[in-house]
Design a protein around this ligand. Structure first.
Ligand code: NAD
Length: 367
């Protein structure tokens, strides 16, 4: 069986991708520090706890498992947090990627798929967003991913690295049958927040800006089912087997839904109202972000199987209201990692640390 190293494989997109890898005959070895990932999400291969910035830990994992390729999901993902603490984002996202690349060179591995983001582009001056737009990120998060893309291109030129950067738009949905779904803490993504509001787990969903130049005044985004994202990684992996160099692909359905349309979909699927409140626009939120997905469709043969927003929302709804609260013992996180509610004023999940103290976990947020 072919072995692949998956950093961040205990996280949301990484865990779904591990399932897809296993189905395709790969043995995914997950390296994850569990800062925002979950042991219960690692089901298709060994979990090697560790920090991707740790060269000694990387050497041990490469030596033990001899992976022939790497998928690099590990990183910090919340845009707002990156503005407050840019150093942490550059350290983990850029420093972690550099440490990983050096370890790959030491161990003779030259195929890498990297989790990038549409945030590398910043506010676009044309729509939909194609690959030829310049990288003009406005957040440290987007900048950290753009820097890594540049580093990958330089390593491809200097060292023969074969790399694909997949620039995800908004990952969404779940795979309830596999016991997998989105469990960020704190959660900042629209669909899980709308579902939590419908379930009464939070008071109301805040709409940040209703006066944008869009059909209903709310921001428009491109939501792509997490299993369709996972499938793209398999195609990208094949691509690195036959194409040299570093290549970036924008990865979204190419269809935009407004915040209000997503809320309506949650209400249709759940049969419950989503209580909303209204807030001001958030700095740096472009009105309209939709992928031009022609290149990834044409070159990698990617074809999303779950593009309809109701299908995406239905899978997320099933996960959040039925599967996650009743995870069987086989999948359940240890008590120390299980989300707990601290008080009714702050609906974000929290964790207990080793001393039994409640604490917030870092990570999560808008990718
Ligand atoms: N979720 C989205 O919509 C989205 C959009 C664009 C890009 N992305 C990118 O995709 C990747 C995965 O996102 P996700 O939503 O699954 O996030 P996630 O937080 O669920 O997964 C990230 C994983 O990385 C691990 N991790 C973090 N720092 C680490 C470190 N120093 N060493 C080892 N492991 C570490 C976490 O524990 C977690 O399991 C990220 O790189 C993110 O920037 C996500």
């Amino acid at each position: 069986m072919r072995t692949i190293l998956v950093t961040g494989g205990a996280g949301y997109i990484g865990s779904h991708t591990c399932q897809a890898l296993a189905r395709a005959g790969w043995r995914p070895v997950v390296l994850d520090d569990l800062s925002s990932g979950h042991p219960w999400a690692v089901q298709w291969g060994p979990l090697e706890p560790g920090d991707v910035r740790d060269p000694a830990r990387l050497d041990a994992v490469f030596a033990r498992h001899a992976p022939e390729a790497v998928i690099h999901f590990a990183g910090l993902i919340e845009v707002g947090a990156s503005v407050r603490d840019p150093g942490a984002f550059y350290a983990v996202n850029v420093g972690g990627s550099l440490a990983l690349l050096e370890a790959m060179r030491r161990h003779g591995v030259n195929r890498l798929i990297f989790s990038s983001t549409c945030a590398v582009f910043g506010p676009p001056d044309r729509l939909p967003l194609d690959e030829d737009l310049p990288h003009r990120p406005i957040s440290p998060y987007g900048a950290s991913k753009a820097m890594v893309e540049r580093i990958l291109a330089d390593h491809a030129a200097a060292h023969g690295l074969r790399a694909v950067a997949l620039r995800y738009f908004n990952a969404a949905g779940a795979d309830p049958a596999a016991g997998l779904g989105e469990a960020h803490a704190p959660e900042t993504h629209l669909i899980p927040l709308a579902i939590a509001a419908a379930l009464g787990q939070r008071p109301a969903l805040t709409l940040f800006g209703t006066d944008y130049d869009t059909p209903d005044g709310t921001c428009v985004r491109d939501f792509v089912h997490v299993n369709d994202l996972a499938a793209a990684h398999l195609l990208a992996l094949d691509w690195t087997g036959r194409e040299a160099g570093m290549h970036g692909f924008n990865l979204g359905n190419g269809v935009g839904y407004s915040v209000r349309e997503v809320i309506a979909a949650v209400e249709r699927v759940s049969g419950r109202p989503v209580p909303v409140s209204f807030g001001p626009r958030r700095a740096g939120d472009p009105p309209h972000l939709v992928a031009d997905s022609r290149r990834i469709r044409a070159r990698l043969g990617w074809n999303p199987r779950h593009p309809a927003i109701d299908d995406i929302v239905a899978s997320a709804w099933d996960w959040h209201h039925r599967v996650f609260p009743a995870l069987p013992a086989r999948l359940a996180p240890p008590e120390s990692l299980r989300p707990v509610r601290e008080n009714d004023d702050d609906p974000r999940p929290a964790t207990r640390d080793e001393n039994g103290e409640h604490k917030r976990r870092r990570g999560a947020g808008q990718g």
